[in-house]
Design a protein around this ligand. Structure first.
Ligand code: OOB
Length: 538
């Protein structure tokens, strides 16, 4: 197995420890501590279910013993695909307790993505809920085991069928292993996948808990806070900004919403007196539209975090009047760096910037094509390194060579302007992915699928500005033989076993991708030209 690690050069690690960022804590240890301090305090609320910290710990230990009994071993990597239900937490904290490493898949992922994660991570297990939102994840488990037989163990919350049920009672005959080191990899997040398939992001206990603890401070999370998880719990934004992990770290309450829609979330805000939540821009817009007519009392909401994609100032301005809470813009990435506007920033800063970095030791560079710093206020590529930003992806030398400088800066691919005080304004990006309502789609990945269609000669995927989604995906297709219909092509894409959000929103047939006089153009130039021509015709 390829070892799973995240390594900072010694001098950096020493500095981050000396500064008190890395404190030697693990996920298991902090949960144990909260359960000892306030066993009766409510940790998780889902529907009518309420788990105290004591119960969450007991369930995590039960799950841990169950995994070991089923044959999984400490150090095993395990793909987890569970939506916003309480078992997400017992399953994941159970893996931590058993010394296993979760890889967080999103509920939307299908066999193509799940098989890729399992292969890349050399996963031995797959933990799912039986059914969610009308989809049976046990079918996906069967497909996965057929494709990647190394995934020997499937554990199911709910009806397990032929698989192992997620243990809910502690089997006392199984001894739990000692805690892992805080510098070990705690879990694997997945990248937005700017080129090709998603990359694997190993995060350590030390680095991630630092980002959550610091986020709590910046976002005002205390033991009295109530955080609503409206976005998928597996995504890095609702996990760490300050997210459910920050909330649990603070000993506060996490409320799970089955969907981010106002219909599902507003009654929960009223009933649980939710104080803080996070949304992507299109959902924030939807909430603002729904708020004036809702019968539900939203007055407990103090902070709304918005991030994942650019929140335009025109809409940002309306948050406080519409929802009566403070907007906190967040510009983060699963690879690490997170920027926030501060709660006491001037309104102008909150509305017009995407905030500043969490840590005084976040090194943020804004550079030109040659890698030279640009003057303050000028747009440039954002590079960063720091106490919670990774130094490398797992098992991907090519991506590492592309994405990191020789001195360890992560090339975010984002184009930003830096203002006085370190505040960043996101201007655009260097890469060709589509940011569809916060979901990142790799143009290359989707083009590869389309090229497998018998009536597609060539394909280019382009992002088109969209009033609601921020960006939508448009597939330009040169047909061969028959001319495929847009709807049929989309239906065919759905058979490719990919997440629904990756199916192109729009299909445009063209005769050719006219190349310039110079002949060959890069895919990047081609996509840019197709986008420009398309927008001109509108
Ligand atoms: C978050 O994480 P990822 O890994 O899904 O995506 C990261 C990328 C950034 O590189 C940037 O391109 C874009 O998403 N992004 C934003 C943004 N926040 C993220 N672009 C413009 N404005 C923003 N506010 O999306 C994520 C992770 C942690 C916290 C928040 C978001």
């Amino acid at each position: 197995m390829i070892p799973l690690r995240q390594h900072w050069p010694q001098e950096f690690a020493d500095r981050y420890r000396a500064a008190g960022y890395w404190r030697g804590e693990t996920f298991s240890a902090f949960l144990r501590q909260r359960a000892a301090e306030r066993p009766q305090a409510t940790a998780i609320v889902q529907g009518e279910r309420r788990w105290s910290y004591g119960e969450l710990l007991a369930r995590a230990e039960a799950a841990a013993a169950g995994y070991l009994k089923a044959g999984l071993r400490p150090g095993d990597r395990v793909v987890v695909q569970i939506g916003n239900v309480a078992e997400f937490f017992s399953a994941v904290f159970g893996l931590f307790r058993a010394g296993m490493i979760p890889l967080y898949a999103l509920p939307a992922h299908r066999i193509t993505e799940i098989a890729h994660f399992a292969r890349r991570a050399e996963a031995a297990g797959y933990v799912i809920a039986d059914r969610q939102d009308g989809f049976d994840y046990r079918d996906l488990a069967r497909a996965l085991q057929a494709e990647v037989p190394a995934v020997k163990h499937v554990v199911v919350a709910g009806e397990a069928a032929e698989f192992t049920p997620l243990a809910t009672e502690r089997d006392g005959s199984v001894a739990l292993p000692p805690d892992v080191a805080s510098s070990d990899v705690a879990f694997i997040q997945i990248s937005g996948g700017s080129t090709g398939l998603s990359k694997l992001i190993p995060r350590t206990h030390d680095d991630y808990l630092y980002s959550c603890r610091a986020s709590n401070e910046i976002c005002g999370v205390t033991p009295d806070s109530v955080f609503l998880v409206a976005l998928p719990a597996a995504h890095n934004f609702p996990m760490s900004s300050p997210g459910h992990i920050g909330t649990l770290y603070a000993g506060a309450t996490v409320v799970l919403s089955p969907s981010p829609s106002p219909d599902a979330a507003f009654p929960l805000i009223e009933r649980e007196r939710v104080t803080i939540t996070g949304l992507v821009p299109p959902l924030a817009l939807l909430w603002m539209q729904a708020a004036p007519d809702t019968p539900h009392d939203l007055s407990s909401l103090e902070v709304l975090l918005v991030g994942g994609a650019k929140f335009t100032p025109e809409v940002a301005r309306r948050v406080r009047p519409a929802l009566g809470c403070t907007l906190q813009q967040v510009f983060g990435m699963a690879e690490g760096l997170v920027n926030y506007t501060r709660l006491d920033d001037a309104e102008d800063t909150i509305i017009n910037t995407q905030g500043r970095a969490i840590s005084p030791d976040d090194e943020v560079l804004v550079v030109d094509d040659l890698g030279n710093p640009v003057p303050e206020g000028e747009p440039g590529y954002l590079l960063t390194r720091g106490p919670y930003t990774i130094r490398g992806y797992h098992n991907d030398d090519a991506a590492n060579a592309r994405s990191f400088t020789s001195d360890g800066f992560y090339r975010t691919g984002d184009i930003v302007r830096r203002l006085p005080g370190g505040y960043l304004v996101v201007q655009g990006r260097a890469g060709d992915h589509i940011n569809r309502a916060g979901e990142k789609i790799s143009a290359e990945e989707i083009e590869d699928h389309l090229l497998a269609h018998p009536h597609v000669f060539d394909a280019a995927i382009v992002s088109i500005p969209d009033e609601f989604l921020g960006e939508r995906s448009c597939a330009f297709i040169i047909p061969q033989g028959e001319r495929p219909k847009g709807a049929a092509l989309k239906a065919w894409m759905r058979t490719r076993g990919i997440a629904e959000y990756k199916v192109p929103d729009q299909v445009v047939l063209v005769e050719s991708f006219a190349t310039t006089a110079a002949g060959k153009v890069s895919r990047k130039e081609l996509r840019a030209r197709l986008r420009a021509e398309f927008l001109e015709r509108q």
